[in-house]
Design a protein around this ligand. Structure first.
Ligand SMILES: Cc1cc2nc3c(=O)[nH]c(=O)nc-3n(C[C@H](O)[C@H](O)[C@H](O)COP(=O)(O)OP(=O)(O)OC[C@H]3O[C@@H](n4cnc5c(N)ncnc54)[C@H](O)[C@@H]3O)c2cc1C
Length: 648
């Protein structure tokens, strides 16, 4: 008999030890969820919680050993992912402090900045912000308009906000607690603009009041994450010393001469942004965790909540026995398992790329950035949809704040927008695929991408991520015609996902080439194919997620767990196929009869997994104290009622 503990071991993986440490830490009543706290009190509570976390080893793993850190980003990001079962305001607050503010100093700064600031960033002695977005420019960060003009006479940079549109907006930690900010601005020196660079700028004095020339506004109450103090920052000719420039990718000499190891401004900009990828990876992991919390609540409730008597009996039926209830919750659970393993691979790649030896491997970096962008879009959209489904699946009880789902929904909603808007991220994924990883991530603008694709003669190449040989073996083993395959044949499923991706990418390439050869405007060519471009990116991520799930199952040593995960993987793959069956029908890869068979097989799989549903959510090992929803904690009276009804 497979137990939740067996499955948990397969899920916990390489950084299981830090997951356990964080789970234990989360059991402190200080981390118990709250839902009706006034905003200011919530902000203070979150700061207090962050101060406790600062004492634990989790954040230190993010920072280099040279400054007292523990230097293992995979462990840090896994700790963050586990922390996401607690208050998401706390998660985002600490993400801003250590991941974004600390991350920018680590990756964009040099040794002098590390020594001077990082120990205080780690300990929270220096609370900071990551000030990139402006009111006027969010997704298009390259066009921000804050300036940092070098004054050679005083050897200072003058940070300036030209107008309200150039204010830094939505900035976490700005409204109350931040004392410094990494400010992104256009660097001007010797009368030339050198593009976006980052500067460390004090924003508050020791008395907590804004520094001279700095204006701070509170963004006020938000739809969720109200324990985070988001604010707006504006700078009126604020002077900072020359070494406030985080100068790993560009420096300014005393006389104002600019030098950079990367000549091309756009390439430099995207290289700088690429070093901050861990933020995106972290939010993706948090989305998976929040989805696990919601599914645990909804599935546990569905096992004890009964409605309607089966005809001819006195027995009321547990919600999870209704096929439609299974269909709402179990495919979402299966996809959450799939995304868990994809996230695990993403974290492993992040750890690999940022370990000192391989940091220079450009292709590995591009692949990491592409997977991070695509997976962040996929996990956060999945969270939004699955959490809403869980809320509805719990009926009125799901709407009560005490049962956590409204808060989870409100707090995770914005995950689709920050750390890169999902739609914009998927376009970056597609551009990288269309250029076969030959350019820096995001380096080419729309016109550049269209021209690049138009000049290429080679076909699109499908790059496999994990378990390359295994996936090829499974696909090769698929004999003959589609109609002869079992829908549950893994090789068949993989080959369909791969075929769709290649078909979509080839189609986009052809459209772009045809548009350019007809002399159309490159922007119009790209824009008219934008839906096609996004579909290709989605197909790419769907294929990778399935491959990574298959590889994870193959790694699993416990045969019984393997068998169970195989069922889960079938449900994931076939519910994706069911979702997109119109496309496969249109493209001749499913006959109408087979499309109907997909629906029937999803039903069958839901029925098979129904008996394992409780164990599959128990395997997430979310501490009761943070789950805290009475409907999830197996309310004893409800359990007894359910038991009595079963015996009757
Ligand atoms: C709670 C919260 C906290 C935040 N914290 C921080 C922080 O600490 N630091 C920081 O710097 N920023 C922060 N942000 C800002 C966040 O990163 C931006 O909101 C985000 O990048 C999106 O930018 P925008 O809001 O200007 O949206 P826009 O870029 O205006 O996008 C609006 C819509 O247009 C669509 N769109 C945009 N471009 C295209 C295109 N080319 N093709 C098709 N569709 C397009 C998008 O998909 C989106 O749906 C935060 C935001 C929020 C809400």
């Amino acid at each position: 008999m497979v137990t939740a503990g067996d499955v948990q071991r397969a899920l916990d993986g390489r950084w299981g030890w830090i997951r356990e440490e964080v789970r234990t830490a989360l059991c402190d009543p200080l981390f118990a969820p709250v839902f009706d706290m006034p905003m200011d009190e919530h902000r203070d509570r979150v700061l207090k919680q962050a101060q406790v976390i600062a004492e634990a080893p989790g954040p230190a793993y993010l920072f280099p050993k040279a400054v007292g850190g523990l230097g293992e980003v995979g462990a840090a990001v896994t700790a963050f992912e586990t922390q996401a079962h607690g208050d998401l305001s706390l998660l985002v607050k600490t993400g801003v402090q250590w991941g974004l503010f600390g991350g920018a100093i680590t990756h964009l700064g040099t040794e002098k900045h590390h020594e001077r600031y990082l120990p205080d960033v780690m300990s929270l002695k220096l609370l900071g912000c990551f000030a990139m977005t402006e009111t006027g420019h969010g997704s298009d960060v390259q066009s921000i308009r804050t300036t940092a003009t070098y004054d050679a006479k005083t050897q200072q940079f003058v940070i300036h906000t030209p107008d309200d549109d150039a204010r830094k907006d939505y900035i976490g930690n700005a409204a109350r607690h931040g004392h410094a900010a990494v400010v992104f601005a256009q660097l001007m020196t010797q009368d030339e603009c050198r593009g976006v660079h980052a500067f460390l700028v004090p924003i508050r004095g020791t008395d907590g009041r804004p520094c001279e020339g700095v204006s701070i506004e509170d963004c006020g109450h938000k739809a969720g994450l109200n324990g985070v103090d988001n604010g707006r920052l504006a700078f009126n000719q604020v002077r900072v010393p020359r070494d406030a420039l985080l100068d790993r990718y560009g420096s300014v000499a005393e006389d104002g001469t600019y030098t950079s190891p990367i000549d091309n401004e756009t390439r430099r900009f995207f290289t700088m942004l690429g070093t901050l990828v861990q933020g995106r990876v972290s939010i993706s992991g948090a989305a998976v965790s929040a989805t696990k919390s919601a599914l645990t609540i909804a599935i546990r409730y569905a096992l004890v909540r009964r409605q309607f008597k089966a005809p001819g009996t006195d027995r009321e039926v547990p919600l999870l026995d209704f096929v439609q209830h299974q269909r709402r919750l179990l495919p979402a659970l299966a996809t959450t398992y799939a995304l868990h393993f994809a996230q695990e691979e993403l974290v492993a790649q992040l750890n690999e790329v940022f370990s000192t030896d391989s940091e220079s491997d450009d292709v590995a970096r591009r692949k990491l950035e592409t997977l991070a962008a695509g997976l962040k879009a996929t996990t956060t959209w999945h969270a939004t949809h699955a959490i809403q489904t869980c809320r509805e699946a719990c009926g009125g009880a799901g709407y009560l704040s005490v049962n956590q789902l409204p808060q989870l929904r409100a707090d995770t909603d914005v995950f689709t927008t920050f750390e890169g808007d999902n739609t914009v991220l998927l376009q970056l994924v597609a551009k990288t695929l269309l250029t076969n990883y030959q350019t820096e991530f995001g380096e080419l603008d729309t016109i550049g991408t269209v021209r690049f694709v138009a000049d290429q003669v080679v076909e699109t190449v499908i790059e496999r991520t994990g378990g390359r040989a295994l996936v090829q073996r499974l696909i090769d083993a698929v004999p003959g015609r589609d109609e002869e395959q079992s829908l549950r044949d893994r090789g068949y499923q993989l080959s369909l996902f791969e075929w769709r991706e290649k078909h979509l990418l080839d189609g986009v390439s052809r459209r772009l080439r045809a548009g350019i050869s007809s002399g159309d405007d490159p922007f119009d060519v790209f824009n008219s194919a934008q839906d096609h471009v996004l579909a290709a990116a989605r197909a790419h991520i769907d294929r990778l997620v399935l491959e990574l799930f298959v590889a994870a199952i193959d790694r699993c040593e416990d045969e019984e767990v393997k068998g169970l995960l195989d069922l889960v993987c079938d449900l994931h793959a076939l519910s994706m196929l069911e979702r997109d069956r119109a496309w496969f029908l249109e493209h001749g890869r499913l006959t109408p009869a087979r499309a109907k068979a997909v629906i029937a097989t999803v039903n069958e799989l839901c029925g098979l997994l129904r008996q394992h549903a409780e164990m599959l959510v128990d395997a997430f090992a979310i501490p009761d104290i943070v789950l805290a929803a009475p409907i999830a904690l197996g309310d004893e009276a409800a359990r007894q009622r359910a038991k009595g009804a079963d015996q009757a």
